[in-house]
Design a protein around this ligand. Structure first.
Ligand SMILES: [Mn+2]
Length: 383
């Protein structure tokens, strides 16, 4: 065996506050530490949205905010919250990169575009004890392309979550701030207070089932969305004339108009867009994507597309029984054989968890946020 490639996606480690949805530190650290025992080289790919900078607050002078003007200083502040909440995972990664035969890839996603900041990359390397070494085995990239394996997060195929790679930063009052996707500005501007109010509901899918059992949540969400959309067209561009993050959303409107005309309302299927591009990206055999939190396998002759699903705490709601089933955590394991052929597997991580009752959870969201974390041995430092 030449090498083993491990892909884990959409971990979404947050700042240890009510908006943090990652509680599987024990299982993830255990997986990473088990990779440290391998004799052969291992490439570990964290396939985007490893950190949930998007929903992580910035705490400065004991004041908690969700700033839309994200400077490197703000991102570093958030990173330290994430580190304090999920030290166990960082410690395991430190062990992993200590072995120079291993390489760790942070693929950039729409929840962690902050990784584009050189300052954040340096800070992560410092935390992992990888700054002063001759072998640079901690990498930050938009995609991974080696051994005919291709991975990327997938948000670049999703119009409203796409990062502007030509202009990843914008200038605001003489400082460099992140040019985050339009959907992220909407979430920061209009929906993070709702996430605080309904922290558990946001972990539940499918959405049509959730909304059919929780009408008031649906009504509130649609009003909030409508209000924000109208304001972002008729009010914000004038009120904040000199603020580029409130610019008139011309491209967004054009796309929305196109979709109304074509009656195309579904969220973009990442795989559909990816399939059209696949050849242009090179002759790869295994493609791993994330972003949409679902398990997906498409095998076609010589190539395969895989979605290993998310590692954050999520549930499937059963409409009939009103029960909540915790989702299984999963990773992609690829072996590069001596003759350069590839063998792949989707590996489930069994975590012992209880099935929940939706009505009880709906009544006591915060209590259940804490209870389920306890089940996995996680404690929120800021809750
Ligand atoms: Mn994503």
């Amino acid at each position: 065996m030449k090498k083993e490639i491990i892909v884990v996606g959409d971990i979404e480690m947050g700042g240890g506050t009510i908006t943090d949805d990652f509680i599987s530190d024990a299982s993830l650290a255990k997986l990473i530490l088990s990779l440290c025992k391998r004799k052969h080289p291992v490439d570990m790919i964290l396939n985007g949205d490893t950190f949930d900078f998007l929903k992580c607050p910035y705490i400065h002078n004991l004041k908690k905010t969700y700033p839309r003007h994200i400077t490197a200083t703000i991102s570093i502040g958030k990173l330290h919250l994430v580190y304090n909440a999920h030290t166990k995972v960082f410690n395991a990664l430190t062990q992993f990169v200590k072995q120079k035969k291993n390489a760790l890839y942070f693929i950039i996603g729409n929840h962690d575009p902050d990784l584009i900041f050189k300052e954040i990359q340096d800070e992560i390397k410092k935390i992992l004890g990888a700054s002063d070494t001759t072998i640079d085995n901690v990498k930050f990239q938009m995609s991974y392309r080696h051994h005919k394996v291709y991975t990327e997060h997938g948000h670049q195929y999703d119009f409203f979550n796409k990062i502007n790679l030509t202009y990843p930063f914008i200038n605001y009052k003489k400082t460099k701030i992140l040019n985050v996707p339009w959907a992220s500005f909407v979430i920061i501007g209009g929906f993070l207070t709702m996430k605080e109010e309904y922290p558990f509901m946001e972990r539940i899918s499918p959405h049509p089932v959730l909304f059919s059992l929780h009408r008031s949540l649906m009504t509130k969400l649609s009003w909030r969305g409508m209000k924000y959309f109208i304001k972002s067209i008729l009010f914000y561009p004038f009120r904040y004339f000199f603020d580029p993050t409130y610019m008139f959303p011309r491209e967004v409107l054009r796309e929305a108009y196109k979709r109304v005309k074509e009656m195309h309302w579904d969220v973009d299927k990442v795989v559909d867009a990816f399939r059209k591009q696949r050849r242009a990206l090179g002759n790869h055999r295994i493609h791993v994507l994330g972003h949409t939190h679902e398990q997906y396998v498409e095998e076609r002759g010589k190539w395969v597309i895989l979605h290993p699903d998310t590692w954050r705490d999520e549930y499937i709601l059963d409409k009939k029984t009103r029960r909540l089933y915790p989702k299984t955590k999963r990773y992609v394991d690829i072996i590069v054989n001596d003759d350069d052929t590839l063998t792949w597997d989707l590996v489930d991580i069994p975590i012992k968890r209880h099935i929940l009752n939706f009505d009880k959870v709906m009544k006591h969201e915060v209590r259940f946020i804490q209870e389920v974390a306890q089940e996995e041995g996680f404690r929120f430092p800021l809750l």
